[in-house]
Design a protein around this ligand. Structure first.
Ligand SMILES: Cc1cc2nc3c(=O)[nH]c(=O)nc-3n(C[C@H](O)[C@H](O)[C@H](O)COP(=O)(O)O)c2cc1C
Ligand code: SF4
Length: 598
């Protein structure tokens, strides 16, 4: 095959976008899927097709971790070494894989069968320790499943059998978000419609945008991507007198370590998201919506595309939806491996075909977002709540929550619990209830040492701080944040030094590098923590770490740098004696944590 043979497909891709250069990432995917990597010739080809300089294409290729510029193995095994996997033995798993495959991360087996890659969080922490073989998630990796993975990984992909599907604990008790998670194969249009699907959309299409905004405001729906901004208020910021097109952009770039909720909506209940999108788009006057799905979510993207195709076929997307006169087109867009693209302005930069660089706010996207047009960026889960609100009424949704935050949330629980999994609960559930009642308590009956309540960026809580409600305001009052509701539980075998090292490694890897306090700060902190864990630390390092963290806060384009500083501050402040002991004795991590659990 040569590049010219791909031109018809490439032109189809370009046609989906309102600006040609926005097609850069999908064109690079097209090349990689067909040739295994992106050659310099392909970079020229992409540049020519979308009308940009090859230097720009090259910059984009080098920014994202999933594009390869050299031929690699026929298969790729990505092993996660982020904190939730580390807590369940990821380092041992990686060590065993290196031994069994006789290669290290970044290397390919001599016969060219397999490339081994070490990656940051794949957001499948419910099956930690885990890996991804080509497109499939595999875990938890214990002795037997690890051996099966090695056998499978070395087989010809065409002749390979299916690896056993993981069976994590997924709550289906609802009432808002999880009732249609029962079927691991997904809920498709007929089943969705039979379960009152699209009733809310029909109702919304007969309401005025102002009435819908009022309903969503009264429901107290807050943005569930992490910031908790009231959704109705955000929608109301779209200027009515601006003649430019308006865009709805769905943030499905789920990347916060410890979080795996949006994946289940995309895979098991994609029409709930589509229905929420239809209502949101109608409300803000948008006729084009883009869904930005993280690159590693191969299956979620395929499942969601299937739902989009169904909706077009049955008149729930496209022109004159259900005879209402309202038109909406949806484009499924895939990222390519960059956590920072979850930040909304970085996501828009990426969607415009560039590096995932955050932009200074203001202007906020509602005023000037995608292609400098008014844009609403909403998280998958936020939008999936909207059909319930319109169907069951704002009061019912509001009553499920706390006075300032309505509804339920999907809590991703990982780490040292008996039942890592996904749990829907009212936002006022306490962290202790979430761990003890929902996730089955701490494994082995051990004591809790620390809990991260809202993804790796949230400040850590100690065992006696977990009687706190999980809504945005209560967790903020407790000095941390609800964030993405990714709960990471650490028992008393955990080395807080090693846990912090894992967190800072993540931030150093993911900084986009635009601001020096962030770029230099995360790198510096990572080097100091590495030295401490290697037994070469000095007591002065602790104050240096706190000083660097202080210098990273509030001085950068986006809040990534602040989020990178919070774990440093909270771990060292709350567990200082343990850090000092570690440095004094040069002690490496406790055996329970370092050993390969499988
Ligand atoms: C570093 C960083 C990473 C983020 N990652 C995500 C993400 O993966 N998914 C998400 O929906 N929001 C993420 N956000 C929040 C988004 O910027 C934005 O607030 C959100 O998508 C808005 O949707 P909502 O109002 O529905 O929550 C991130 C923010 C920051 C600063
Ligand atoms: S704070 Fe960090 S991630 Fe955010 S723009 Fe600056 S360098 Fe990039």
């Amino acid at each position: 095959m040569n590049l010219e043979a791909l031109e018809p497909q490439a032109r189809d891709i370009i046609r989906r976008y309102d600006q040609r250069r926005a097609a850069v990432l999908p064109l690079l995917w097209l090349v990689q899927e067909n040739f295994g990597y992106v050659s310099s010739e392909a970079e020229f080809w992409v540049g020519r097709l979308v009308g940009i300089a090859v230097s720009h294409v090259r910059e984009v290729v080098s920014f994202y971790t999933m594009y390869r510029t050299q031929p690699a193995g026929r298969r790729e095994l990505r092993v996660c070494t982020s904190l939730p996997c580390v807590l369940r033995g990821a380092e041992g798993v990686l060590g065993r894989l290196k031994q069994r495959l006789s290669i290290g991360p970044g290397e390919t087996t001599p016969g060219g069968e397999l490339t081994l890659t070490e990656v940051e969080c794949l957001c499948a922490c419910e099956i930690a320790p885990m890996a991804q073989l080509d497109e499939q998630f595999v875990g938890p990796l214990d002795g037997a499943s690890l051996e099966a993975l090695v056998r499978e990984a070395l087989r010809d992909p065409k002749a390979s059998g299916q690896i056993q599907e993981p069976q994590p604990f997924i709550d289906t008790s609802g009432p808002v978000l999880s009732t249609r998670f029962k079927d691991p194969e997904g809920t498709w249009l007929d089943a969705y419609v039979a379960d009152q699907g699209y009733v809310a959309a029909k109702k919304a299409l007969s309401m005025t945008p102002a009435q819908i905004i009022d309903e969503v405001l009264r429901a107290n729906l807050r943005g569930l991507g992490g910031a908790g901004f009231p959704t109705g208020r955000k929608w109301s910021f779209i200027p009515k007198d601006n003649p430019k097109p308006k865009y709805l952009v769905v943030n499905a770039d789920e990347g916060e370590p410890g979080t795996f909720k949006d994946r289940y909506i995309l895979e098991r209940d994609p029409h709930a998201l589509l229905e929420g999108m239809l209502i949101a788009a109608y409300t803000i006057g948008s006729h084009k919506a883009y869904v930005y799905i993280r690159g590693e979510y191969f299956r979620p993207a395929k499942r969601f595309q299937r739902a989009v195709d169904e909706a077009y076929a049955r008149g729930w997307l496209g022109k004159n939806i259900q005879g209402s006169g309202f038109d909406l087109d949806v484009v499924v867009h895939r990222g390519a491996g960059a956590y920072i693209c979850g930040e909304e302005t970085a996501l828009l930069s990426s969607l415009e075909g560039g590096k995932g660089f955050p932009k200074l706010k203001p202007p906020f996207p509602a005023i000037s977002g995608l292609f400098q047009c008014p844009t609403i960026v909403n998280n998958v889960e936020t939008l999936a709540c909207v059909p319930f609100i319109l169907r069951e009424g704002a009061e019912r949704f509001a009553a499920l929550g706390t006075p300032k935050q309505g509804g339920t949330r999907l809590f991703s629980v990982s780490g040292h619990v008996n039942r890592p999994g996904l749990y829907e609960a009212p936002v006022g559930v306490t962290l202790r209830e979430m761990i003890d009642k929902h996730a089955g308590g701490v494994r082995g009956g051990r004591r809790i040492k620390a809990v991260i309540p809202g993804g790796i960026s949230a400040k850590v809580l100690t065992a006696d701080e977990i009687d706190v409600k999980m809504d945005f305001d209560s967790l903020m009052a407790a000095g941390t944040m609800a964030g993405s509701a990714g709960v990471i539980v650490m028992d008393d075998t955990t080395s807080m030094v090693e846990a912090l090292q894992s967190a800072v490694k993540f931030f150093a890897h993911e900084s986009c590098g635009q601001c020096s306090p962030c770029r230099e700060g995360t790198g510096w902190v990572n080097r100091i923590m590495h030295r401490i864990v290697e037994g070469q630390g000095r007591l002065q390092d602790l104050d240096d770490l706190l000083g660097i963290a202080r210098a990273m806060e509030g001085k950068t384009i986006c809040v990534f740098a602040d989020a990178a500083a919070w774990p440093i501050q909270s771990y060292i402040t709350k567990f200082r004696a343990e850090f000092e002991e570690f440095i004094r004795t040069g002690r490496r991590v406790p055996q329970e944590v370092a050993e390969c659990r499988p």
